[in-house]
Design a protein around this ligand. Structure first.
Ligand code: KIV
Ligand code: ZN
Length: 519
């Protein structure tokens, strides 16, 4: 008997980006979309087109790059949102508009201040209008988990009639238990039958997002919405990697279902997103945490040596984690070996990006004896997601670390010209950032600064992430910098944020006052 396909709808770029501190620039979003396509997700929710010109721009670019997955934009149930969504995805090979309105009593009364009848009218209008742009329309009953089942049936009838082919039932606040989600999905899938696909979208406030999604599948859901690393609003969304691997590893229970996911792309996807957002999955996170395949106790190690299955229910290779190959290239490694290694790590680079990454690798290999997989992942991700280099750091000189006033001399290239400035600050980082401000003429406000060692050793690469606000009425921008020297990594991160800001200038402002946070 052929298995039923469970569609994987990835919302890392939309709900995931709503995680505090997870905002991404356009280049970063494009690289993530390319990886999601490689992973085999059926639908990529690329963003929320009406939120800001920057969001629109990123969705539009993703729509032109991705061909094997459906590209989707979220839209509230308003003409303006639906139009923006339709225009942003217009060039996609396969496209979907995902429109939503809240259906729970508490949301309708207190947030929308609308009667159930008005909500149904708005939903019908949004779906009918979306059909003018695309064939494939998904409708979400926001806060379905706390909505009246009779009302869910009524609004579903109405939007299916208007042309929606997927009905999504989000547990927006992560309140429901698996048995309750299972019951809701069973009732709704038996009710809608083959008129629509029932989808779920579970938030993780009680840590039940994945369990709820699996229970939904068993009860008739044929689409699951999720994010890589479980990123998302508040406690996040159900984690894609956990749902997919549970379905696969527990084939004895879920044998009737399969997904289109190439599980070997899970680990590369997880690392890419962790590197871009600087949000590391917790070490003991299922599937992709640093310790997920580490065996510490002697008894476990002994068992593993005798038979891996004593303590491993899936292999690291099955998620694309090549474990026995962590120590990699050195300064004598050539371009071919470098390219080959990157391919093993899941990166396929075009010539220009490959050359630029190889140059950076060579510089690093001169300073650092052992270059590990994680060093390469960080370096290549950093190279591939750079915005246009308006300002480029040439050199940095620091003085007076211990006593007196820290000062810095920064040399920067802009439009072929070299600019040198000196500045002082309360601390070294302050001095560097203030000097860069003097050169650029901006007065950046540093909102957060994070530094981590990418791998081990005193010569480890420092990865610095800064969040800087360059203007009072636009959101803060993230910048990343990598270098063996933490101060140089910091300068690069700050300049990275500045370049990103300049590439997005004028496109950052949210179009509505309640920000892009929709739920
Ligand atoms: O959690 C939620 O309800 C959502 C909808 C917009 C689908 O993210
Ligand atoms: Zn959500």
């Amino acid at each position: 008997m052929s298995k039923e396909i469970i569609k994987i709808f990835d919302t890392t770029l939309r709900d995931g980006e709503q995680s505090p501190g997870a905002s991404m620039n356009t280049e970063e979003k494009i690289q993530i979309a390319i990886q999601l396509e490689k992973l085999g997700v059926d639908i990529i929710e690329a963003g929320f087109a009406a939120a800001s010109p920057g969001d629109f721009d990123a969705i539009e670019k993703i729509a032109q790059r991705v061909t094997k997955s459906t590209v989707c934009s979220l839209a509230r149930a308003t003409d303006g949102d639906v139009k923006a969504a339709g225009e942003a995805i217009a060039k996609a090979e396969m496209k979907r508009i995902h429109t939503f309105i809240a259906t729970s009593k508490i949301h309708m009364e207190h947030k929308l201040k609308m009667s159930p009848d008005e909500v149904i009218k708005r939903a019908i209008r949004a779906v009918s209008y979306a059909k003018e742009f695309v064939d494939d329309v998904e409708f979400s009953c926001e806060d379905a988990g706390r909505s009246d089942i009779g009302f869910l049936k009524e609004i579903s009838d109405a939007v299916i009639e208007a042309g929606a082919s997927t009905i999504n039932l989000p547990d927006t606040v992560g309140f429901r238990l698996p048995s309750e989600i299972g019951e809701m999905v069973k009732v709704m899938s038996e009710y809608t039958k083959d008129r629509a696909i029932i989808s779920v979208h579970n938030h993780n406030d009680l840590g039940l997002g994945v369990a709820n999604s699996l229970e939904a599948v068993v009860n008739g859901a044929r689409q699951v919405e999720c994010t890589i690393n479980g990123l998302g609003e508040r406690a996040g969304n159900a984690a894609l990697e956990e749902i997919v691997m549970a379905l696969k590893v527990r084939g004895d229970v879920f044998g009737d279902y399969e997904t289109n996911i190439n599980t070997k792309e899970i680990y590369p996807a997880s690392r890419l997103i962790a590197n871009i957002t600087s949000i590391e999955p917790q070490p003991n996170k299922a599937i992709v945490g640093k310790n997920a395949f580490a065996h510490e106790s002697g008894i476990h190690q002994d068992g593993m040596l005798k038979n891996r299955e004593t303590y491993e229910i899936m292999s690291p290779e099955s998620i694309g984690l090549v474990k026995d190959d962590t120590l990699v290239l050195g300064k004598h490694s050539g371009r071919a070996a470098f390219k080959d290694k990157l391919a093993k790590l899941g990166f396929t680079l075009e010539d220009d990006a490959l050359n630029a990454s190889f140059e950076r690798f060579k510089i690093l290999a001169d300073k650092k004896k052992d270059i590990y997989d994680d060093d390469l992942r960080a370096l290549v991700t950093n190279e591939m997601t750079k915005s246009e280099q308006v300002y480029e750091l040439v050199s940095l000189q620091l003085m007076d670390f211990s006593e007196g006033t820290p000062s810095s001399v920064v040399k920067i290239r802009k439009d072929g010209e070299t600019i040198v400035e000196a500045g002082i600050g309360e601390g070294t980082i302050d001095a560097i950032f203030k000097t860069i401000d003097r050169i650029s003429g901006f007065d950046g406000k540093l909102q957060s600064y994070k530094v981590k060692a990418v791998t081990e050793g005193k010569d480890a690469l420092a990865s610095v992430t800064v969040k800087v606000s360059f203007s009072d009425d636009e959101p803060a921008i993230i910048g990343h910098g990598l270098h063996i020297d933490t101060m140089l990594a910091s300068a690069r991160a700050y300049i990275g944020a500045l370049n990103s800001y300049l590439s997005m200038k004028g496109k950052l402002k949210k179009r509505f006052s309640d920000s892009s946070k929709t739920v």
